[in-house]
Design a protein around this ligand. Structure first.
Ligand code: PEP
Length: 263
């Protein structure tokens, strides 16, 4: 069984002071589950250093910090961009790539997402790759082929020779469930995730495929997580709105510990 992975995505929220206050409160609430659940906080760039420092200060040394984006470029004339070396210097260990908000609002297409994914993996950061269908795609009964095309676009021709076990996670996030309060039915989320697992097994070398954690994301809340984690193929969750409050997010983490979720 893969260890549960719960990721917070704070998006464009939290100043440094707010981030510090979050970690102080959160650390008290999840101390008992930090060995049973892997937790990652995806902070805005400006709060990353604060979060890394506060996690150490409060004794949450197992909780890791992710960036919500990264440049696909090494360095140079790319105004506004942040590269992998800058992130690693701050203590970042993972990067979210392919989130639907980056795809839709910032027009990141599969070729940009592939370039970013390759850069993250080549520079020894962990990749949190997101995929998911729109309502239109779902209603046209094209969910499975859409997800398959998004995954193929990145993982079909990847050089796996230097990628380490556990370096890749995938989040299935139906766009219509993100920030809408409409959670995807857990049976259906599990079905799509099981299909992703089959595809991952086809595309990746066996030792890597086994360690890929496949998460569900889309309006996850303390009241939904137990049912989701009890499903056979869901290894964790990517959480937006409910990760902003230490009370809610700590409940999600605590309820994801294997002793709480009976598979
Ligand atoms: C997300 O941002 O990836 C997300 C799933 O958001 P929410 O939990 O708010 O739907």
């Amino acid at each position: 069984m893969r260890k549960p992975l719960i990721i917070a995505n704070w998006k464009l929220n939290k100043t440094k002071a707010e981030s510090k206050a979050f970690v102080a409160e959160f650390s008290e609430k999840i101390k008992d589950s930090q060995n049973d659940v892997d937790v990652i906080l995806s902070a805005p760039f400006t709060s990353i250093e604060t979060v890394v420092t506060e996690l150490k200060t409060t004794g949450l040394d197992k909780v890791e910090v992710a960036a919500q984006d990264v440049s696909q470029f090494e360095s140079g004339a790319y105004t506004g961009e942040i590269n992998t070396a800058m992130l690693k210097e701050l203590g970042v260990t993972s990067v979210i790539v392919g989130h639907s908000e980056r795809r839709e609002i910032f027009n990141e297409d599969n070729s940009v997402i592939k370039a970013k994914s390759e850069k993250v993996l080549k520079d020894s950061l962990k990749l949190i790759f997101c995929c998911g269908e729109s309502l239109e795609t779902r209603e046209a009964n094209k969910t499975d082929e859409w997800i398959e095309s998004q995954i193929n676009a990145v993982f079909k021709e990847l050089d796996y020779s230097t990628i380490k076990e556990g370096q890749i996670s995938i989040a299935y996030e139906p766009i219509w469930a993100i920030g809408t309060g409409k959670t995807c039915d857990s049976e259906e989320a599990n079905r799509v995730i099981a299909n992703i697992r089959t595809l991952v097994k086809k595309l990746l070398p066996e030792n890597l495929a086994e360690t890929v954690r496949i998460l569900y994301g889309g309006s996850v809340k303390p009241g939904t997580i137990e049912e989701q984690m009890a499903k056979s193929d869901i290894d964790g969750a990517l959480v937006g709105g409910a990760s902003l409050k230490p009370e809610d997010f700590s409940q999600i983490v605590n309820l994801s510990a294997p002793k709480a979720a009976v598979k």
